[in-house]
Structure formats: structure tokens, C-alpha cells
Design a protein around this ligand. Structure first.
Ligand code: 5AD
Ligand code: SF4
Length: 409
């Protein structure tokens, strides 16, 4: 989401006479578009702002870090601008100040995305912003505001433009894409319309286990350009904790939906987000997470230790977090469990054929390239290949969790 927003900011500024550089050391103005979902990236964003402020640059704090920490950023940022005010970015660049109202002129801002010229082979398209779920641990509803779906015409115009520019992959993004709703069009309708425009590869993220529907799986199955990949955050395998987190599903419902997805869409890969050491997580809750992970056999997972986030409800409810050693131990065990499953799954790829979309070649060794399967698994190929090309490979080996492929000529 931030990456997409940064791209639109760039488009907006460059169109209006600013000159872009990806080397902040030589820039006059540095914009830091920072994430605050966990404490670490938040600190990093603030440190980066401080570093460039001390070097005498004009600094702009943008994104959720601006929204959440507006008052504390005065010393490090000349402009503090939240994600709901990006449309006025141009007007405030020279002025300085704090702009964090939930003004919501995002449609105006996203218009800049519609004709963007500087595109890569793989592009994001935002379809909705904000979140109404208020999961107990999460800061997003406070920084990004309420859910708002973009106009379907705007989204389709953007997709058409990207396809005309030769994009190979489009990922539809939003905090909860399944709750997309605009003038009678649901997510499944939007997905189908995007598929008909014809980008070679379409993905979407993030899905919410409570809101994803069989109808979406049916659309994925019907269109060969919608990739068989689902990112479905589990968070925890304990139904008791899921309830406390206000996730809106049980462990059994989650398992059921993943089974259904794999049944309807052959070869569907499923990735997830999991959190350990929520303040009230017991050893038993944690073991249930391990059980669910073993049952579902995720294709890969992002795993986090709970981080208290003001003003989420869990932040106020729990004064203390679990001891660090308990959190680290659980995280380690989860990572090891996932790793074991992933290695097993990758080994099963040996001898099979996949089509890769190449991300590019390694800087260290140009004769080594990486690409992604339709199921979003990264494969290494021993050949110099330009980003954005499709190649067919057969998997010949797996080292750690990384499959290696030979090109089929
Ligand atoms: N602590 C740790 N992880 C979190 N996430 C969201 N909020 C927190 C938090 N307070 C994780 C969730 C989410 C992913 C984007 O970040 O797993 O799915
Ligand atoms: Fe946060 Fe929950 Fe919304 Fe995801 S669904 S952004 S975890 S509040």
C-alpha cells in the first residue's frame, strides 16, 4: 500500500516540476512514507527522518507514521502528511505543517496513478483503503480510517492503461480486498472485469478469512490469468484468541475455507500471517496455532511477535506483554515448524514444470535470475534473464527452501 502511494506521490510531484532521485543523499527533499503496524518499522521511519533532517534536508513524514505520530514528528519533519490528505501534498510542499485530517480526497490523489508512465513489469493497483475491522492488536483502522472502495471505473481505467503499457502482472491491493463494494459491484465482479481486460497475471491481497467467498474462488478458477494464490492471514490457531482479537472466524472455519480454496482451484498456494505472544496467549493457545499450521501446510508464512500498538484496544487492555524469552521461543518454534513444511512442499516441486515471471537477475552474479511461479513461489534459474520475461522451467533441485529450475527450450 505504501509502495503504491509512494509511486503516486512521485507521479504527482514529477508531473509538477519536481525531479526524482532514488538517492536521498543528493536530494533536497526527502519523503519518508512509513509503516507503523509494528514498533520496529515505526522506529526506523523516525530515525530515517532524523538522519536526513540533521543533514539539512527538507523532510516530509508521510503515511501511517505521520498519522500516528504527528505531534512527535515536529523535530524531524517539516511536513507531516497522513494518507488521507495526499491530494494536497503539492500545495504543502513549500509550506510545512501538519496535515492529518481524515479529509479523504483520495480519489483525487489516485487519479495521478491512472496514467502513470514510470511503470515496472509488475504493478500494484489500490482498490480500497482503510479498514473497519478493528482487530484488537491493530493500528490500521486508526491510521488509514474507514473502509472506502475506489470507483470501479477508475480502477479499470488504471488497469487498461497498465496493460497498454505492457505490464505483465497486476496485484489488486487493499487492507481487506474482499469487502470491496462500489455501486453494486462486489470484489468478485471487479476481479472478473480486471481479468477480462487481460493482464497476463493478476493477484490480489490481502484477503480476510471472514469475508472471502466461494464466488471469488470460482472466478479464480475460471480465468487462467488470475493466479492460484491466496494470502489469508490466520493470526492464531486458537478460537478463543481469535474471538478476543475480534477476527470473526473460528479455527475450524479457517481450515474449512483453505480446504475449499484448494479443492476449487487446483494447485492453489496459500500464504499467511501469524502472530505469536499476544498478551493473553497461553501455551495451549500457541500449540493450537502449531496444530493448524501443520494441518493446513501453508506454502509460506510471515510470522511476527506481538507488538503493542497505541491506540489499539489490546494496547489499553494489557499493561504487560509476555516475557521476551517466551515470545522468542514461540516464534522460533513456529518458524521451524513452517520451515519444515515449506521444505517438504518445495521438494515435491522437483520434476514438475512451472511458468516463471522473472523478477530480475542477481547483482552479485548476473547469471543467476529469480522468478515467481503462478503460485507465487520464488525459483532460481542459472541464466541471465531480463525482468518481466516468462520462462518455463522444470524444478531440478531444492536448497533450503529455494527451488532451482532448468529452462525448457
Ligand atoms: N503486532 C504484531 N504483528 C502485527 N500485525 C498487525 N498488527 C500487529 C501487532 N500489533 C501483523 C498481522 C498482520 C500483518 C500485516 O502484521 O499478522 O496480518
Ligand atoms: Fe488490521 Fe484487522 Fe484491518 Fe487487517 S483486518 S488491517 S489486522 S484491523
Amino acid at each position: 500500500m505504501n509502495e503504491y502511494d509512494s509511486g503516486v506521490m512521485k507521479e504527482m510531484l514529477v508531473k509538477n516540476g519536481f525531479v526524482y532521485t532514488d538517492n536521498p543523499e543528493i536530494a533536497d527533499i526527502v519523503i519518508v512514507n512509513g509503516c507503523v503496524v509494528r514498533e520496529k518499522p515505526e522506529k526506523k521511519a523516525i530515525e530515517t527522518l532524523r538522519y536526513f533532517k540533521e543533514k539539512g534536508k527538507f523532510t516530509v513524514a508521510a503515511g501511517c507514521v505521520a498519522q500516528k505520530d504527528k505531534q512527535n514528528l515536529k523535530d524531524v519533519a517539516d511536513v507531516v502528511i497522513g494518507p488521507m490528505e495526499y491530494d494536497i501534498l503539492l500545495d504543502v510542499m513549500g509550506k510545512g505543517g501538519i496535515y492529518t485530517d481524515f479529509a479523504d480526497y483520495r480519489d483525487r490523489f489516485y487519479k495521478y496513478a491512472q496514467n502513470r508512465k514510470d511503470i515496472s513489469f509488475s504493478e500494484y493497483v489500490t482498490i480500497m483503503t482503510g479498514c473497519d475491522n478493528f482487530c484488537s492488536y491493530c493500528v490500521v483502522p486508526f491510521t488509514r480510517g474507514r473502509e472506502k472502495s475506489r470507483s470501479i471505473d477508475d480502477i479499470l481505467a488504471e488497469v487498461e492503461h497498465l496493460v497498454r503499457m505492457g505490464v505483465k502482472e497486476i496485484t489488486l491491493i487493499g487492507q481487506n480486498v474482499n469487502s470491496y463494494f462500489y455501486e453494486g459491484f462486489e470484489f468478485k465482479d471487479l476481479l472478473e472485469k480486471v481479468a477480462l481486460i487481460g493482464p497476463p497475471r493478476i493477484r490480489f491481497t490481502t484477503s480476510h478469512p471472514r469475508d472471502i467467498s466461494i464466488a471469488v474462488f470460482d472466478v479464480i478458477k475460471r480465468y487462467s490469468n488470475i493466479m492460484p494464490w491466496l494470502h489469508l492471514p490466520l493470526q492464531t490457531g486458537s478460537t478463543r484468541l481469535l474471538k478476543e482479537m475480534k477476527r470473526g472466524y473460528t479455527k475450524e472455519e479457517f481450515v474449512y475455507i483453505t480446504r475449499l480454496a484448494r479443492k476449487i482451484v487446483p494447485g492453489m498456494t496459500i500464504s499467511t500471517d501469524i502472530m505469536v505472544a499476544y498478551p493473553s496467549e497461553t501455551e495451549e493457545d500457541f500449540e493450537q496455532t502449531i496444530e493448524v499450521v501443520k494441518e493446513i501446510e501453508f506454502d509460506y508464512a510471515y510470522m511476527f511477535i506481538y507488538s503493542p500498538r497505541k491506540p489499539s484496544s489490546a494496547f489499553y487492555r494489557y499493561k504487560k506483554t509476555l516475557p521476551r524469552d517466551v515470545a522468542v521461543k514461540r516464534h522460533r518454534k513456529l518458524v521451524d515448524t513452517v520451515q519444515e513444511i515449506v521444505i517438504k512442499k518445495r521438494r515435491k516441486m522437483i520434476g514438475k514444470r512451472y511458468t516463471l515471471l522473472i523478477d530480475g537477475h542477481s547483482k552479485k552474479d548476473p547469471n543467476v535470475s529469480r522468478g515467481k511461479t503462478e503460485g507465487n513461489i520464488t525459483v532460481v534459474v542459472n541464466k541471465k534473464l531480463p525482468a518481466g520475461t516468462f520462462v518455463d522451467v522444470v524444478i531440478t533441485d531444492v536448497k533450503g527452501v529455494t527451488p532451482f529450475g532448468n529452462i525448457i527450450s
